[in-house]
Design a protein around this ligand. Structure first.
Ligand code: IMP
Ligand code: ZN
Length: 361
C-alpha cells in the first residue's frame, strides 16, 4: 500500500512520549545506564517489545518518562516526532502530552511546555506552522529549509493538546487547563484526558474540564478503553468535541454517540496490540464507517506500537476493503474535526485539493 505514504494525512491522536523513535529511546537509556541511573540490559528488551496488553503499556510509559523527563530531552523528542510525522506526509499534527512536574530536574508543568515549544521551533527539515489561534504572537514561528516549500511533505501545521493524566489530582488537572488557556497564543488548541483507564475517577477531572469548556477550549477524552458504563455515559453526556478509542461501548452508548455525532479518533494497531479489541474483524471502525459517523484514523503511540499513520491507513484499507479514493476522502474529512482555526482548515482544504489532482484520484 505504498500509495498511503504520498497521500496527505491529518494526525489528531498522537502522544508525544508514545511516539519516540526506538533508536532515540535506546540511546537515551544507554546514556542513563552509563550514569548508573538504570540498568540498560534490564530495559532494552522492554523498549524493543511491541505487543503488550493495556496495563503493561502504562508500565512502559513509566520507564519512558524516567528516560525522557528533562528539558533537553523533551525538546529533542518533540523535534524528532514532528520530523517523523512530516516525513510520513502528515500535513497537520495535533500532538498531545501531559505537562510534567519533575522537581529533581527543576521542571514545572510550564517549563516542560517551554521545552516542547523549543523542540517545535528547532525543527529545520520541514517548514512548521505553529501560529497562535487568538492573535499573532511574538513566538509564533515559521521557517523553512531551502527549496522545501512546495506541496506535501514540505510544511506541517503543528498544534498542541495538553493531556490530563488520570493519575493526577484535581489541582494538577486545573493547572494544566490554566496553562492551556494561557498558551492559546502559542499553538495550544485543546485539552485531553488520558492515562490508565483503570485508575482515577471521572469526577476528579470534571471541574477542570468544565472550566476548560467555559473558556472555549475544545476537549477530547479517552473514552471506553475498558468497560465502565457509568463513566462512558458521563463522558458522552459531557459533550466533548471528540473522543478517542470508544472500544467498550454498549448498545445504548453507540446510539447516544451516533445521535450526538461525536467524532471518534480510531487507533487500530493500538487497540489490537493492547488486546482492547480482538482483531480488525470485530473492530467498530466498520460499523461507524458504514453509518457515516465522523471518524479519524490515528496512531496513538507510533513508537510504542511500531506503526505510522500511513501504516494505519494501509491496515484500514486492507481490513475493511477500502480503496485509494475512499482512504483519501477519509483523510480529507479529518479537516472538519481539527481543533485549529478556520484559517488552517482553509489551508488544509487547498493542500488536499492540490494533492487530489497530483495523485490522480
Ligand atoms: P506523554 O503525555 O507525552 O507523556 O505521553 C505518554 C502518556 O500518554 C502516557 O503516560 C499515558 O498517560 C498516555 N497514553 C498513551 N497511550 C495511551 C492509551 O492507549 N490510553 C490512555 N492513555 C495513553
Ligand atoms: Zn491515546
Amino acid at each position: 500500500m505504498e500509495w498511503c505514504v504520498p497521500m496527505p494525512k491529518i494526525e489528531l491522536h498522537a502522544h508525544l512520549n508514545g511516539s519516540i523513535r526506538d533508536s532515540t529511546l535506546l540511546e537515551l537509556a544507554r546514556e542513563l545506564g552509563e550514569k548508573g541511573a538504570i540498568v540498560f540490559s534490564d530495559v532494552e528488551h522492554v523498549i524493543l517489545k511491541s505487543d503488550r496488553a493495556l496495563n503493561e503499556v502504562f508500565k512502559l510509559f513509566d520507564l519512558i518518562h524516567i528516560i525522557t523527563t528533562d528539558h533537553k530531552t523533551v525538546a529533542r523528542i518533540t523535534k524528532e516526532v514532528i520530523e517523523d510525522f512530516a516525513a510520513d506526509n502528515v500535513v497537520y499534527l495535533e500532538l498531545r502530552t501531559t505537562p510534567k512536574r519533575n522537581d529533581s530536574k527543576a521542571m514545572s508543568k510550564r517549563s516542560y511546555l517551554e521545552a516542547v515549544l523549543e523542540g517545535i521551533r528547532s525543527v529545520n527539515s520541514v517548514e512548521v506552522d505553529l501560529s497562535g489561534e487568538l492573535k499573532t504572537d511574538a513566538f509564533a514561528h515559521s521557517h523553512s529549509a531551502d527549496g522545501l516549500c512546495n506541496g506535501i511533505g514540505s510544511k506541517i501545521y503543528v498544534r498542541l493538546l495538553l493531556s490530563i493524566d488520570r493519575r493526577e489530582t484535581a489541582e494538577a488537572a486545573m493547572e494544566t487547563v490554566e496553562l492551556a488557556v494561557e498558551l492559546q497564543d502559542f499553538g495550544v488548541v485543546g485539552i485531553d484526558l488520558c492515562g490508565n483507564p483503570n485508575v482515577g475517577q471521572w469526577l476528579t477531572f470534571l471541574p477542570a474540564l468544565e472550566y476548560a469548556k467555559k473558556q472555549g477550549i475544545p476537549i477530547t477524552l479517552h473514552c471506553g478503553e475498558v468497560p465502565n458504563p457509568v463513566e462512558i455515559y458521563a463522558m458522552l453526556d459531557f459533550l466533548p468535541k471528540r473522543i478517542g478509542h470508544a472500544c467498550c461501548l454498549e448498545d445504548e452508548d453507540w446510539k447516544l454517540l451516533k445521535r450526538l455525532e461525536i467524532p471518534v479518533e480510531i487507533c487500530l494497531t493500538s487497540n489490537i496490540k493492547t488486546e482492547t479489541i480482538a482483531s480488525t474483524d470485530v473492530h467498530h471502525f466498520a460499523d461507524l464507517y458504514k453509518s457515516n459517523h465522523p471518524l479519524i484514523l490515528c496512531t496513538d503511540d507510533c513508537g510504542v506500537f511500531s506503526t505510522s499513520l500511513s501504516a494505519e491507513y494501509a491496515l484500514a484499507s486492507s481490513a475493511f476493503g477500502l480503496g485509494k479514493r475512499e482512504m483519501f476522502h477519509l483523510a480529507q474529512k479529518a479537516i472538519d474535526f481539527i481543533f485549529a482555526s478556520g484559517r488552517v482548515k482553509k489551508d488544509l482544504k487547498a493542500i488536499f485539493a492540490s494533492a487530489h489532482t497530483k495523485l490522480n484520484l
